[in-house]
Ligand binder design. Structure first.
Ligand SMILES: *[C@@H]1O[C@H](CO)[C@@H](O)[C@H](O)[C@H]1NC(C)=O
Ligand SMILES: [Zn+2]
Length: 331
């Protein structure tokens, strides 16, 4: 039986109606302990796998240095892991050439919590999700959608498989062939996914709620906003007080503060090829930072404070921002 509370939003009610009484599945969960002092730090990189080219190796080197300095607990990849067309299979050498042999610094030998991007869907998606890759490189943790509870109960990360939500890959794929195994029927996949994310967010007691997806919600970059995510995902994020939405897809570094919601929108898609020189006009009151080049992001957090920083290929700090929450509030 499904018990509804006043906290249920319209999307939940719609989804429950559509799903009727059947099985509300839950997202797979992972736990990651904070450091002994209760803090947590991690790096975020996106849009990277180009066999070291387009400054991927330079970004990797600086990630290793900053990773060491912050003693990072893990790395998050925002997707588009392997260009141009994902992996051809479990034995595709690109896995080593673009991942294992590139991010070699000792500080980066930590779990890499990874989502898929649209380019990953152009290859054998199930290869990236396969335990065979994790056996070859124990860092690799890639699922379509999942929850990471860090702390415990300090931060909860909701990794969302955003590619299936975007219409154009289905209606107008061009010359690209997408691997939709496991996604069809699409409507049901999306309904289940949104329902699972909403259930996870509703039940979360973590101090900080962070949602990670490949596609943008708000971005002034080459791809810009993703309409489907603004319509389907953003209302759920707003209903459950998500603190940060972190994405890749636009090959830049970007920080947008919405004037309409308390969510910070962070793009870390500078893992390799960048410099699109195509920036759309944006309300300067919302646009805190935009960098049209390569780099990555770090996050440091405790129960009460979060700060993030963006870096370029030289390890220069380009932008930083932080916020606090009183202990015991905003549960
Ligand atoms: C590598 O980074 C430098 C410094 O940001 C930049 O000038 C150069 O264009 C980048 N190279 C490529 C191929 O993007
Ligand atoms: Zn992409």
């Amino acid at each position: 039986m499904v018990v509804l509370s006043q906290k249920d939003t319209l999307p939940t009610l719609l989804l429950l109606g559509l799903l009727s009484v059947c099985c509300l599945a839950e997202l797979q969960r992972f736990e990651h302990a904070a450091k002994p002092d209760g803090s947590l730090s991690f790096l975020v990189v996106g849009d990277w796998g180009r066999k070291g080219l387009y400054n991927q190796s330079h970004v990797a080197l600086q990630m290793g240095i900053i990773g060491e300095k912050l003693d990072v607990d893990f790395v998050i990849s925002t997707g588009d892991n392997f260009y141009d067309d994902g992996l051809t299979g479990e034995t595709d050498p690109a896995f080593h050439e673009s991942f294992s042999d590139i991010y070699t610094a000792p500080s980066l030998q930590k779990p890499w919590y990874t989502v898929l991007g649209n380019h990953d869907y152009r290859g054998d998606v199930e290869a990236q999700l396969s335990p065979t890759l994790a056996k070859m490189d124990h860092r690799w943790i890639c699922l379509r959608s999942f929850i990471l509870n860090a702390g415990p109960e300090m931060a909860e990360f909701f990794f969302v498989d955003t590619t299936p939500l975007v219409n154009k890959y289905f209606t107008n794929p061009g010359d690209s062939v997408y691997d939709w195994k496991g996604i069809l029927p699409r409507k049901k996949y999306i309904q289940n996914l949104l329902s699972e994310v909403e259930t996870g967010l509703r039940e979360s007691t973590a101090k900080w709620k962070i949602v990670v997806g490949h596609h943008t919600i708000k971005s002034a970059g080459n791809h810009g906003n993703t309409d489907e995510l603004n319509i389907l995902l953003l209302p759920i994020l707003e209903a459950y007080d998500v603190d940060f939405y972190i994405n890749g897809h636009d090959h830049c570094l970007e920080h947008i503060i919405s004037t309409e919601s308390p969510i910070q929108f962070l793009t870390s898609g500078g893992g390799s090829k960048a410099w699109k020189n195509n920036i759309k006009p944006w309300n300067p009151r919302e646009m805190k930072f935009y960098y049209d080049g390569q780099g990555f992001m770090s996050v440091e957090m405790t129960q009460t404070d979060v700060g993030f920083k963006f870096y370029d290929v030289f390890g220069n700090e380009l932008h930083k921002w932080s916020t606090s929450k009183l202990l015991g509030s905003a549960m």
